[in-house]
Ligand binder design. Structure first.
Ligand SMILES: *Cc1c(COP(=O)(O)O)cnc(C)c1O
Length: 428
């Protein structure tokens, strides 16, 4: 099929995510990708500065991962995971436990981030149910994003995306986002809530709220929240779907805290961005409530593609790349470059604040309070960068970079340069 026909068929047949069916821009056709570059049908090379929705770690079409995927597809493509097992999953469990916080002791597989969160919530609620203890309340943080399924929507910020489903979402208690000015207030509200003794779980994105605007908060404050939660026997669920696998400069954002979560959800970077895979992990404490001769205490949850061997093989290959000295040095290098650029941009008249942590860099642009202006900015940013062959997807007035770890300094500086150009253009 030629490209014109393909695009017509796309328009006729396909419903794209987060995309209006009317009035949206035509999707860009990608024919191949390599390293940080996406190749379009009309011969452009677009620098993927957001790792294709935050999943890609080692560059597109990474040959090492591709080889592992290809080999596994010819050996064992899939098998039911209830009552059966296979080496790629077992190897992956070993790999993950070697870098996860030491208290994590069991790996539960699924196939995306929302579901990994969903599984974490169910694990926590059934933990209490299995013990016959009445604890049902769940606490989350204002501005949270935990996914698009009903459970994960319920524990996330309510807004235009969740409005049509409002009446079907379960109740969640939200504490204020703990930015520097609100740390005391957040901690105090949290302590009051959990003192009542009926809180089942606390779910949080450790250190960085992604979709909520790349907002960051301090490890010391998170450590205090976790300390208080565990003193009141509240199950702590770290949603590391975004922050896992080196994104924050350490393997997991939870590594910045001395108190560890009871349950962790990971996905996005787990296969280096090659195959869909989700994982929920938990500590011995959680397992204790399930280790029983009573059949009814089983965790009755599973998906057709649970622990897909090809996805596990991709994750094992991605793991080997991640723990290599090369990759670890790249993560530190990107962090250093980000910090330098952040300090340069801090005084820019168009910039309200700059945040960086590990491979995350976010610039919050000044807007006046009129939302129409905010919309204007949002609409201007994306095409400005696309015209310059850089893929950046702003979150409102937030421009952020979250690159694959293989990005070179030169490529990184190209991204910085177009951001600077954009900010300067706002001054004219
Ligand atoms: C992306 C994301 C999710 C949802 O993951 P999907 O794979 O898109 O379902 C959940 N939590 C966080 C923090 C995320 O960034």
């Amino acid at each position: 099929m030629d490209n014109i026909n393909l695009k017509e068929l796309d328009k006729k047949n396909i419903w794209h995510p987060f995309t209006p069916l009317k009035g949206g821009a035509e999707p860009v056709m990608i024919t191949s990708a390599e390293g940080v570059y996406l190749h379009t049908d009309d011969g452009r090379k677009i620098l993927d500065a957001v790792s294709s929705w935050w999943v890609n770690l080692h560059g597109h079409s990474n040959p090492y991962i591709a080889k592992a995927v290809s080999a596994q597809a010819g050996i064992l493509e899939h098998v039911i995971f209830a009552g059966f097992t296979h080496e790629p999953a077992i190897q992956l469990s070993k790999n993950l436990l070697s870098i996860l916080p030491a208290n994590q002791s069991r790996i539960f597989f699924s196939d995306n981030g929302s579901t990994a969160v969903e599984v974490g919530l169910k694990m926590a609620l059934q933990y209490w149910h299995n013990q016959g203890i009445e604890k049902k309340k769940i606490i989350a943080i204002d501005g949270a994003y935990h996914g698009d399924t009903f459970g994960s929507m319920s524990v996330g910020e309510r807004g235009i995306f969740t409005n049509p489903f409002k009446s079907h979402l379960f109740e969640t208690i939200f504490i204020p986002f703990p930015d520097t000015e609100h740390e005391e207030k957040t901690l105090q509200q949290f302590c009051e809530l959990i003192e009542e003794g009926d809180v089942a779980a606390f779910i949080y994105e450790p250190l960085v709220q992604g979709a909520g605007g790349m907002r960051m908060y301090s490890p010391a404050l998170l450590n205090e929240l976790l300390t208080e939660a565990q003193a009141q026997d509240v199950i702590c669920i770290a949603d590391e779907v975004l922050t896992g696998f080196g994104r924050t400069g350490r393997y997991f954002a939870s590594d910045y805290c001395s108190v560890k979560p009871d349950i962790m959800a990971v996905s996005k970077g787990i296969t280096g961005g090659t195959m869909p895979l989700g994982v929920t992990t938990c500590s011995k404490k959680i397992l204790n409530a399930y280790e029983s001769d009573d059949f009814l205490k089983t965790f009755f949850h599973g998906h057709s593609y649970t622990a897909n061997p090809i996805a596990c093989a991709a994750a094992n290959a991605s793991f080997e790349l991640l723990v290599s000295d090369d990759c670890q040095q790249s993560i530190q290098r990107i962090g250093n470059q980000h910090r330098t650029f952040a300090s340069e941009m801090l005084d820019h008249p168009a910039v309200a604040t700059v945040r960086s942590l590990g491979t995350f860099l976010a610039l919050e642009l000044k807007t006046d309070t009129r939302t129409s202006y905010e919309n204007e900015i949002r609409k201007k940013i994306y095409p400005f960068f696309m015209e310059r062959n850089v893929l950046l997807r702003p979150l409102g007035n937030i421009i952020y970079i979250l690159p694959p770890y293989v990005i070179t300094d030169e490529q990184l500086h190209k991204v910085y340069t177009v951001i600077r150009e954009f900010l300067d253009s706002l001054q004219q």
